[in-house]
Write a protein that binds this ligand. Structure first.
Ligand code: GDP
Length: 864
């Protein structure tokens, strides 16, 4: 209260000074607005009052509190001493307000309290008032003294400033107006303050003595339009004064190292955030290292690794991840992804369209397929009129090659000698569509066999027309018609049975109907209307490739389009080379090879793989570009696979499916790539959910010591197909106890592996039902326990057999019979219709009416 009043008294003082205000009216109003609440009000009030009568309207709220004073004791008590002041405060808005509040409070109190206390309150109030009056008078005196002092001080300041300003003005006059803005700043406020200052300061002092500075600061607000910079400078000064630098103003700008670091960190952080928000288009190739991905996204490698970890994958920054994973990460980080295939370098390498006018007829490419020993090799050899069967192991064709023969009326026909449909499909899987016609050899004495059916499926899947060659018709037990009927079951309908599949009865041995077979092939080829453009860069497929000691890498290539010339730069898979020599199937060296011509190509820098497509490029640089890309791609894909990041869902599911299966590790070495592929393909197909062959290493060439070391380290079996172990390898194998098995027939090899893998299968548990018995009575036999008296209802019951106790169709016990008695004798078995006594091993709770089911469990070894 006393405080509120003191300002009131001040206001009286200020009231006097306020009279000065009208002069600087607008300025003062602005000052007040930009600073405190009360100050503004004071200024406004005064202004309005000065303006005239309307001010009294504002005084009305004042009148109200004044009015209740006489009514309510405390205010009235206050009104007495306050009375002389009252008119003064009424002039100043602040005082009026504070008084009103007080009175309202007081009135609220009075109303809330009982009126009976009025008198007492009045007395207390009077005392209070008296005390207050005395206190206030003292304070007033003090304040007035202080004000006087202040005023003196102000005046001194003003005088000083005026003096300064004058000096400055003089200086300005002397040095010209240009320097004015800088010096005007401090001078201008002074000028503004001349009249305003006393009022401003007094108003400030009402509430905040500190407000003097803002007041002073606000002073220049008026001249602000003239000079802006100093206005900005002043708040800075102010902060400096309030904080550390009251003592040492010069060191203000110095920051501590920590604060500096914090600041830079903060700044850095701010820089990072917008970067993250920057959605980049991230180019993602088929495989990418984590480092590279992070770089392309402009993210930190650790962030990428952290995300991978969240997905349960531990990775190093140098690890390669596949495109799908990379895309997930990039998208999660808010980037857009552009999947590119580096295969763009291969663009234009293959399948450039030909002008139909350039196309010329070409020889059909024929593959002979069929069950083992049905005479594939014999037939091919008979056609070539060269007997190579004797040089082989008699079973299956082991070398992949291709030969061209002349047919009597339809020009040349190219035969591909595959080791079976496995290689055929393996090639097809790599996109090499080589074969135009499949000749299915079926022995007339043997009929349709499993591999015949497989061959049919393969041919159908490849949508390649089929010709059935019913072989061995020279044999007395040959039943060619039976073969035709059997084929019907597999949706192969030969012509004579109303279908569209051509069939020829042949004998490879007796060379019967071979011409007819060629004729039929020619006919079929005519229907297919096979054409190719021979006048263009060659395209073809590698049918076989091997590393020849003397000649280096040798690839058997079937040219499919264009013409391959010596000196051409060829690319196949991840190998390239310049054609050094072209050798035909007859061993002749030629200068070029046209469409459908199979040739051996020398000059490759490395051995390509069977099934690789061969293309001719214009320059070595291009060849290098393509092959390095392919090599890298292959390497990356391998690495990605090893990292455990599976490319597709199917792969993941396949992995999950095979996770718990037993593996049969194998090291396979073969003489040529084609055979190796066929073997690997066949072995991969072996096995089921439980067991599977895992080919740890497969390669072409003899078995080396390192193969044995590898096999030993993982406990793999070593298989050599048409190859032998080196001496050191043999010794190492003996030393380590590793068995090397040699084969020259693929099917034997596969059968052996199959048998070995079958051993890994858990034996099957098979139940054989023996019979049922019903409990008719339960006896308690001393030493034995409970014995059930039963009647065998069906089958037999055997001692030692497994039993189930069934009560109301619910199995209540499973165990073994401990005793089987017929009358008092132990018996081995009891047949249907007979009565017997039965006791269970460790089970007593049998009841009348229970059924005893008796069965035997057999372990059956499964096979693949
Ligand atoms: P592949 O495994 O299908 O390549 O069959 P082969 O060409 O190796 O022949 C298997 C066996 O059948 C060989 O012993 C041949 O002598 C025999 N053979 C092949 N063609 C005929 C034939 O037309 N008549 C008879 N009687 N035997 C044949």
């Amino acid at each position: 209260m006393s405080e509120t009043k003191t300002p009131g008294e001040k206001k009286i003082g200020s009231g006097k000074t306020l009279t000065l205000k009208p002069r600087t009216e607008t300025g003062v109003v602005r000052q007040s607005f930009s600073h405190g609440r009360t100050k503004q009000v004071v200024v406004e009030k005064v202004k309005r009052r000065v303006i005239g009568a309307p001010g009294e309207a504002k005084a009305e709220p004042v009148a109200e509190p004044v009015a209740p004073k006489p009514r309510v004791a405390p205010p009235s008590a206050r009104s007495a001493p306050a009375a002389p002041q009252a008119p003064a405060p009424s002039k100043s808005g602040v005082v009026l307000r504070t008084l009103t509040d007080d009175e309202r409070n007081a009135r609220a109190h009075a109303l809330a309290d009982a009126r009976l206390r009025e008198a007492e309150e009045r007395r207390i109030a009077e005392e209070d008032a008296r005390r207050r009056q005395s206190r206030e008078s003292i304070e007033k005196a003090e304040r007035e003294a202080a004000e006087a002092r202040k005023r003196e001080e102000e005046e001194r300041h003003r005088r000083e400033e005026e003096a300064k300003r004058k000096a400055e003005q003089e200086a300005r006059k002397r040095f010209g107006e240009e320097t004015a803005p800088a010096t005007a700043a401090p001078a201008a406020p002074g000028a503004g303050r001349v009249g305003a200052r006393p009022q401003v300061i007094e108003a400030d002092e009402d509430e905040t003595p500190r407000g003097r500075r803002p007041g002073a600061g606000a002073g220049p607000a008026r001249p602000a339009p003239a000079v802006k910079a100093p206005r900005n400078a002043i708040p800075k000064q102010r902060t400096r004064l309030t904080v550390v630098n009251a003592t040492n103003a010069d060191e203000v700008r110095e920051r501590s190292v920590a604060s500096f670091r914090r600041r830079t960190q903060r700044l850095k952080g701010h820089h990072d955030e917008p970067k993250e928000k920057l959605a980049r288009e991230v180019v993602i190739p088929e495989t990418i290292t984590i480092q590279e991905l992070a770089n392309r996204m402009a993210e930190r490698g650790v962030d990428v690794i952290r995300m991978l970890m969240k997905q349960g994958h531990m990775a190093k920054i140098t690890d390669v991840i596949d495109a799908d994973t990379a895309q997930l990460i990039a998208e999660e980080l808010g980037h857009t992804v552009k999947r590119v295939s580096e295969a763009d370098v291969e663009e234009g390498l293959f399948d450039a369209p030909d002008d139909p006018e350039d196309l010329e007829p070409r020889a059909p490419v024929v593959t002979i397929m069929g069950h083992v020993d049905h005479g594939k090799t014999s037939l091919l050899d008979a056609i070539r009129s060269a007997n190579v069967v004797s040089g082989e192991a008699g079973g299956i064709t082991q070398h992949i090659g291709a030969y061209q023969v002349d047919s009597p009326s339809h020009g040349k026909i190219t035969f591909i000698d595959t080791p079976g449909h496995a290689a055929f499909t393996a090639m097809r899987a790599r996109g090499a569509r080589v074969t135009d016609i499949v000749v299915l050899v079926v022995a007339a004495d043997d009929g349709v066999m499993p591999q015949t059916i497989e061959a049919i499926h393969h041919a159908k899947a490849a949508k390649v027309p089929m010709i059935v060659a019913i072989n061995k018709i020279d044999k007395p037990d040959a039943k060619p018609d039976r073969v035709r009927t059997e084929l019907l079951q597999h949706e192969v309908q030969v012509e004579s049975l109303g279908g569209d599949v051509l069939d020829v009865e042949v004998s490879a041995m007796k060379k019967i109907n071979l011409d007819k077979l060629l004729e039929t092939i020619g006919l079929q080829a005519e229907i297919l209307d096979l054409k190719a453009n021979p006048r263009r860069l060659a395209e073809g497929t590698v049918i076989e490739a091997k590393l020849d000691r003397g000649r280096g890498p040798v690839a058997t290539v079937l040219v499919q389009r264009g013409t391959l010339d010596i000196g051409d730069i060829v690319v196949a898979g991840s190998e390239w080379g310049r054609v050094r020599a072209i050798i035909t199937d007859k061993g002749e060296s030629v200068d070029d090879a046209g469409p459908s011509v199979p040739v051996e190509v020398l000059g490759f820098n490395g051995t390509p793989e069977a099934g690789d497509r061969l293309g001719v490029v214009e320059s070595e640089a291009r060849a290098r570009e393509i092959t390095t890309y392919r090599a890298r791609q292959r390497r990356d894909k391998q690495a990605a696979r090893q990292t455990g990041m599976r490319g597709s869902l199917e792969q993941m599911m396949a992995q999950a499916k095979t996770a718990g299966r037993k593996e049969f590790p194998l090291v396979v070495k073969a003489d040529v790539q084609g055979s190796l592929e066929a073997i690997v393909g066949a072995l991969d197909k072996l096995g089921n959910d439980e067991v599977g062959a895992r080919i740890v290493l497969s390669g072409v060439g003899g078995i080396t010591e390192s193969d044995i070391t590898l096999a030993e380290s993982i406990g793999a079996a070593v298989i050599g197909f048409n190859v032998r172990a080196h001496k050191e390898a043999r010794e190492a194998a003996e030393r380590d106890g590793i068995e090397i098995r040699y084969y020259n027939i693929i099917y034997n090899l596969v059968d052996d592996v199959k048998a070995a893998m079958s051993g890994l299968l858990t034996p099957e548990r098979r139940e054989t039902m023996l019979g049922n018995a019903r409990i008719q009575e339960v006896f308690n036999v001393s030493k034995v326990g409970k014995v059930a008296g039963c009647i065998v209802t069906d089958g037999t019951v055997e001692r030692g057999a497994n039993v189930r106790l069934i009560r109301d169709n619910v199995v209540v016990h499973e165990g073994k019979l401990s005793q089987l008695k017929r009358f008092k004798d132990d018996v081995k078995e009891v047949n249907a219709g007979q009565e017997c006594g039965m006791a269970f091993e460790s089970y007593q709770d049998m009841r009348v009416g229970d059924v005893i089911e008796c069965y035997r469990v057999e372990q059956v070894q499964r096979s693949l």
